[in-house]
Design a protein around this ligand. Structure first.
Ligand code: HDE
Length: 724
């Protein structure tokens, strides 16, 4: 009998090929005898072997030695970046075959489901750090295709900080905790990071994304993914097209408020991990559409930016994203370490039909990912760890090394050979053998950067211009917070000069919050602060105007806001709660796909006005508003009076208000508003606030659902703020 309980939805799923292949590697101890690692049955797992009851422990105790030794070696080095992560299994299904672009079989057969394993991550923090750090999120997908593994190792932001792999260790050293005191953890708000950034104008575009709400997602399920670099798709004729890969979440792209993120970090640092786990466990399988932006070879130089520059997007207005498939995550791992920790992604894992470009950041990555696994996973056989194995057979003449699992038979481990019939055999291109794109290269060896990479600011501007007003305000706040934590004033000033290249209003607002008076014009500071030795290499920013003023896809304001699927709604209840009011709202929300949780002034049950025991999910002590998207207070005088006496219940409402969430109160419960801070300070609803609702029955439910679907009433931030 398997220990793992599957939900009906999960049990109904056909087992994908990868899951089937993992099965022989799983171990289920249900009703099994306990043994040593070598299969000897253990009689006493409580006591070590001693010379007498109180006597010294005997070295002979092989059971104790084995147990302790194994324990002593349980840890492996965490990933040098992206250490904190969370994974899930799933499938990829193609909507539309693209033979004219790629010969990859998984992009040509709409009938097959390709198994995948996905790992989401933060970048800077350690393995145990908070999920809600302001940071880039990794979005790494391993496709177990019939032609071998293809890894799309992307992020939730479409650009990167730097243009050349040479700068990656510098970037990471700058953002990681400072080397003398190892502070701060999982945070970019410190001197070394901003020192580096302020000296690296090429990071300007990425920094805008990092200071935007994209850096604090509501959920992994509600963020986009990007392959970042331009890749190539190669068709059967050997023709190449440039391609940018996208993941578009079907729940839309949503974020939390920064104050909310900071609160969650303290109260549930596993918030994103838990959210992903619970969604999959409850059958709310996260889904993304797979998108491609395609540029023919001939159009390589058609844009006012370089396709090989990873600090640039191709605006969707210039090249639309074609959605050609769907990724569904439908199964949690059985074992975090064996799967999520040991999975090894690599940009260099490609299959026929996909190829690299000369993006200098990508080229460096092609070296780094195998190299890092050698130390992290302890040797060259990490591809044999079950989660990393392809679903197709592996045969070559690689042999031996630490922890080799495969027992290769025969004498020949070289090619050509006559002792083994010259097997394994090379495969012709027409039969699926990988052949690199026949790119023409005729160049001099130089250690340099192309002039076409020196527009550092136009897309940073485009990003800022494309944001809604609340999003722009959040960017101002984020810069003010981050630079406010920087101790060295010269770094703050240099960063403000960078901002003056992007938007003067942005710079002025941040400068005002930092109390710095700046009067220089943008042209006076364009290349300020760049060290002379870098400048010698012609490291000057070029002034380029983007051909676009705005790109709608860059703002989250225009994302999907038509449903409340999987949104978490808190009901505040106490004894005497009006059962009809509670049930009506619960039914409506659950029917719309939301998850409802009862929060009481204690744990256990509350007794309704109809004397029914209503089970509580959490209490005001174990829970708080930041875990929910919205809050509802049902009617029932006794319940409302009890909540009114409970400072934590009032705080719950105030905090939900502060974080711009929808709040609904049964008409009878509206008296509670008078006890809240926001209710006290304004006698009427703030302008534009469609998120505070009182009323009854279906009308209230309908309005509430609409308000929750809107995600947050960001405009509320312009009203009087709640000091929660
Ligand atoms: Fe990575 N990156 N990276 N990176 N990266 C790693 O590989 C590296 C870059 C990304 O969930 C490491 O196995 C270099 C861009 C993700 O396991 C390491 C450069 C993008 C993950 C590494 C980059 C990424 C990593 C650390 C610049 C988005 C987590 C552990 C030349 C397109 C994968 C590991 C997972 C992990 C190196 C830049 C995404 C050290 C040298 C750009 C999602 O190999």
């Amino acid at each position: 009998m398997a220990k793992k309980t599957l939900t009906p939805e999960q049990a109904a799923l056909p087992e994908n090929q990868k899951i089937a292949k993992l099965k022989p590697h799983t171990a289920d101890a249900t009703a099994q005898p306990m043994t040593t690692d070598h299969g000897v049955k253990i009689n006493d797992d409580q006591n070590s072997l001693k010379a007498g009851d109180r006597g010294s422990t005997l070295l002979e105790d092989f059971i104790l030695r084995e147990k302790i030794t194994h324990f002593d070696h349980e840890r492996i080095p965490e990933r040098v970046v992206h250490a904190r992560g969370s994974g899930a299994h799933g499938v990829f299904k193609l909507y539309k075959a693209i033979p004219e672009l790629s010969k990859a079989q998984f992009l040509n057969d709409t009938e097959i489901e390709t198994p995948v394993f996905v790992r989401f991550s933060t970048v800077a923090g350690s393995r145990g750090s908070t999920d809600l750090a302001r940071d880039v999120r990794g979005f790494a997908v391993k496709f177990y295709t019939q032609e071998g593994n293809f890894d799309l190792v992307g992020n939730n932001m479409p650009v990167f900080f730097i243009q050349d792999a040479m700068k990656f260790p510098d970037l990471v050293h700058a953002v990681k905790p400072e080397p003398d005191n190892e502070m701060p953890q999982a945070a970019s708000a410190h001197d070394t990071f901003w020192d580096f950034i302020s000296l690296m104008p090429e990071s300007a575009h990425m920094i805008m994304w990092l200071m935007s709400d994209r850096a604090i997602p509501r959920s992994y399920r509600m963020m986009e993914g990007f392959g970042v670099h331009s890749f190539r798709l190669i068709n059967a004729k050997g023709e190449s097209h440039f391609v940018k890969f996208h993941w578009k979440p079907l729940l839309g792209v949503h974020s939390v408020a920064w104050d909310e993120a900071q609160n969650i970090s303290g109260k549930d640092p596993d918030f994103h991990r838990r959210d992903l786990w619970e969604a999959i466990q409850s059958g709310n399988f996260p889904e993304w559409e797979f998108g491609i932006q395609v540029v023919p070879e001939a159009d390589e130089h058609k844009f006012d930016f370089d396709l090989l520059d990873p600090t640039k997007i191709i605006p969707e207005e210039l090249v639309p994203v074609q959605r050609i498939g769907k990724l569904t995550l439908n199964r949690n791992p059985d074992n975090f370490f064996a799967e999520t920790e040991q999975v090894a992604f690599h940009v260099g894992h490609i299959v026929p039909g996909i190829d690299f470009t000369n993006d200098p950041l990508m080229q460096g990555r092609l070296f780094s990912y195998t190299d890092t696994q050698l130390i992290r996973l302890g040797g060259p056989n990490f591809h044999e760890i079950p989660i990393n194995r392809p679903v197709v057979p592996v045969h070559n003449n690689q042999r031996d090394g630490f922890m080799r699992q495969t027992i290769n038979i025969g004498k020949a481990s070289y090619n050509p050979n006559s002792t083994g019939g010259n097997d394994p055999k090379q495969v012709k291109e027409t039969e699926g053998g990988f052949v690199s794109y026949n790119e023409r290269i005729d160049a001099r060896k130089v250690r340099a950067r192309s002039k076409s990479f020196f527009d550092h600011y136009s897309q940073a501007k485009l990003f800022f211009n494309s944001q809604s007003q609340p999003e722009k305000n959040h960017i101002v706040d984020a810069f003010s917070f981050e630079l406010g934590k920087v101790k060295t004033v010269a770094i703050r000033e240099r960063m403000l000069n960078v901002l003056s290249q992007i938007d003067l209003d942005l710079r002025n607002k941040v400068a005002a919050k930092l109390g710095i008076a700046l009067s220089k014009k943008p042209e006076e500071v364009i290349n300020q602060g760049i060290p002379a030795d870098a400048a010698q290499k012609d490291y000057q920013s070029l002034k380029v105007e983007s051909s676009l003023d705005k790109s709608e896809a860059l703002s989250m304001a225009t994302t999907i806001k038509d449903n409340i699927k999987t949104r978490k709604i808190a009901f505040l209840v106490a004894d005497g709660v009006n059962e009809a009011s509670l049930n009506m709202m619960k039914k409506a929300l659950v029917a719309a796909g939301a998850v409802v949780e009862m929060i009481g002034n204690r744990q256990g049950n509350v007794i309704s006005d109809k004397k029914t025991a209503i089970a509580l999910d959490e209490s005001l002590l174990t829970s708080c508003s930041v875990f929910y998207d919205a809050v509802f207070v049902p009617g029932g005088k006794k319940s409302i009076d009890a909540l009114g006496m409970e400072p934590d219940a009032i705080h719950f409402l105030d905090e939900a208000y502060k974080h711009c969430k929808a709040i609904a109160l049964d008409a009878d419960a509206s008296t509670l508003l008078g006890l809240t801070y926001f209710g006290k300070v304004s006698d009427k609803k703030p302008v534009n606030d469609e998120g505070i609702l009182t009323g009854k029955d279906k009308d209230l439910a309908d309005e509430f659902i609409k308000a929750i679907a809107g995600h947050r009433v960001w405009e509320r931030e312009q009203q009087r703020k709640v000091p929660a």
